[in-house]
Design a protein. Sequence first.
Length: 112
Amino acid sequence: MNEKLFGNKTALLALLQIYHHHEVHARGIATDLGVSLSPVQNQLDRFEQAGVLVSKKMGQTRIYSFNMKSPLTKPFKELVRIIYETLSEKDHQTLFPTRRKPRAKGKPVLNR
C-alpha cells in the first residue's frame, strides 16, 4: 500500500478506516487492525493537530472524522479515496471486518 505517503502504515490504515466508516474511535481502529491503541491514538492526534481531522467527545470516547472546514482536507481525502478504491476485495475484507452502523429495521441480511 502507499504508507510512505502518510509516514507509516498505521497512519494510512487509520485514514482508510475513517474514510470507510466516516466517523471512528481509536479503539475501533486498533481492534479492526489488530494493533495496540497507543500508535493509533498518536496518529489520530497528529492528523488532528495538522487540521486534517477533527474530534468530538461522546461520553468517554473521542470520535474522529475528516475536518471538512480545512482547505487541506479535500485534496488529502481525495488521495485517501484513490488508495481506498485500489484496495483488493481481500484487503477490503481484512481492513474493514466490523460493521459500525446498525442495520435498518426490516433490511434483509445478505451472505448468510
